[in-house]
Design a protein around this ligand. Sequence first.
Ligand code: MN3
Length: 194
Amino acid sequence: MKYELPKLPYSYDALEPSIDAKTMEIHHTKHHQGYIDKLNAVIEKYPGLQDQKLEDLLKNLQAIEQMEESDKTILKNNGGGHLNHSLFWQMMAPAKEVDKNLLVEIEKTFGYLDEFKKTFTQAAVGQFGSGWAWLVRNEAGKLDVYSLPNQDSPYLKGHTPIIGLDVWEHAYYLKYQNRRAEYVENWWKVLKLL
Ligand code: MN3
């Protein structure tokens, strides 16, 4: 099976002014496509792994015996890149569709939505260099917030990602340059779920 670039559920300019159309188009057609191309190239070498879900490959990455270490790194970076971005596009929208169950659980875990937003924002702004801020469900079934470098997926830790924010410079540099905090502040407006 070849991985393919998922279509966006909205147009490139739909998230303006929070995220500009040019950034969306380059991010989707160049960056995300780039991860998919490299993911396909490495998976092609291992026919035995091609029927497995990508989430499961990342969860069990260290235990995959037949794969060379250097290829595991390629799979981690580009499989993560593909999954992370696929989720990222789906979580955003020009209009809110609040997930009430998630909201209740966030309030239970973090006290208030604003407290959660503060914690998540700190993870996003504080991530040194490229990476993502994550809201995940951990191995105990509880919500947790942290950042991970590069394209590391929460699946590598056995966690399920719920909300992810891309803080690689390619996600915001055209519009916000070095002002990551301003990008994060505006991103909340196009996060569909909350
Ligand atoms: Mn990206």
